[in-house]
Design a protein. Structure first.
Length: 326
């Protein structure tokens, strides 16, 4: 048997004995092995080797943190903030971050940025800034400098190693194929990856769209290089039971050429500026898709464009069940 309990557990699980694999990790965890506890928490979160159980994941992460697992601490903070495996608890998440920041320089960086934000006790902005109406039909509103340069840099730095070419699932083969209208690189900030900075920004975007943070899909980060674009499209989803009612786009940088957000119905064109947030509605008052919300991210001519997009649903959305277009 391997001396490394995590490797041993994977070998046992691969042989079709998941219960024995879990027992190996639990036994090692009882002996103070932080890596075994962190791995077991990930198994509970992913729901692949064993059924997903977010509550057990939270409790197992707590044990891993207690015996000194740094990454488990950041994951526990994320789940406490977004309510996975329990209720969202901003004060608890912030308290956990302050503890982690004592010995972890990454956590200390996150805390320094969060402490600069003007937040209420639930992590929402203490004051909602006024927007600049750009269009009534479709409804489009701009919030200048809604994100600081440091916040924009945080999101880009957090995600740059995760970016992959945009793809969709081919309904005929079930395989990933190149996205037919979006040629950017993209990624998602899933519920275990949300730093407390991202959690606060998600709450800020909820405030700007006058929605609840639970209605938002995972934050999507997109990078456009020269020649890349997002052709004319609607963000509303055909036949969705829980429709995308609004979109918030945060521009993470500027200094590039092209890349404007363009609405074809009224020829409205928005030039990205770092920190600005563009908000628009995808549906009409009766809940049906607004055809005039059709828009594009025009081709970048020079430089690189970064944005973070949060699609807002009509009702609460479960980030653990995310599938593009669902």
């Amino acid at each position: 048997m391997m001396s490394d309990p995590v490797s041993a557990a994977h070998e046992v699980a691969a042989s079709g004995r998941p219960r024995e694999a879990v027992a190996l990790l639990e036994s090692a965890g009882d002996g103070g092995n932080a890596a075994a506890l962190a791995e077991l928490a990930v198994w509970h979160l992913r729901g692949i080797i064993i059924p997903r159980d977010l509550g057990k994941a939270r409790r197992t992460l707590r044990r891993a943190v207690t015996v000194g697992h740094v990454d488990a601490a950041l994951m526990e903070i994320a789940l406490a903030a977004n309510g996975s495996g329990g209720l969202p608890d901003w004060p608890q998440a912030l308290g956990l971050l302050r503890i982690a920041a004592i010995n972890d320089p990454v956590a200390a960086e996150h805390l320094a940025l969060v402490d600069k934000m003007e937040l209420d006790p639930a992590g929402y902005p203490a004051m909602r800034p006024a927007g600049e109406p750009l269009s009534d039909q479709p409804f489009v509103e701009l919030f200048p400098a809604a994100l600081s340069p440091a916040e924009c840099l945080h999101v880009a730095t957090l995600t740059h190693n995760w970016l992959e070419p945009a793809v969709v699932v081919d309904p005929r083969t079930g395989r990933n194929i190149a996205h037919p209208i979006r040629t950017s690189d993209s990624t998602l900030v899933g519920p275990t990856q949300e730093t407390l900075v991202v959690a606060a920004l998600n709450r800020r975007l909820a405030a700007l769209t006058r929605t609840r943070v639970e209605q938002g899909e995972p934050l999507s980060v997109l990078r456009y290089k020269p020649g890349q674009e997002y052709r004319l499209h609607l963000d509303a989803l055909p036949g969705a039971n829980n429709q995308r009612i609004a979109t918030a786009i945060a521009y993470l940088n500027d200094g590039f050429e092209g890349g404007e957000t363009y609405f074809s119905a009224n020829r409205l064109k928005i030039q990205p500026r770092q920190g600005d947030v563009l908000v628009f509605r995808n549906v009409l008052a009766d809940g049906t898709t607004d055809p005039e919300s059709r828009h594009a991210g025009l081709s970048v001519r020079r430089g690189t464009k970064w944005i973070a997009t949060r699609w807002i649903r009509q009702d609460a959305y479960d980030p653990w069940t995310y599938r593009e277009g669902a």
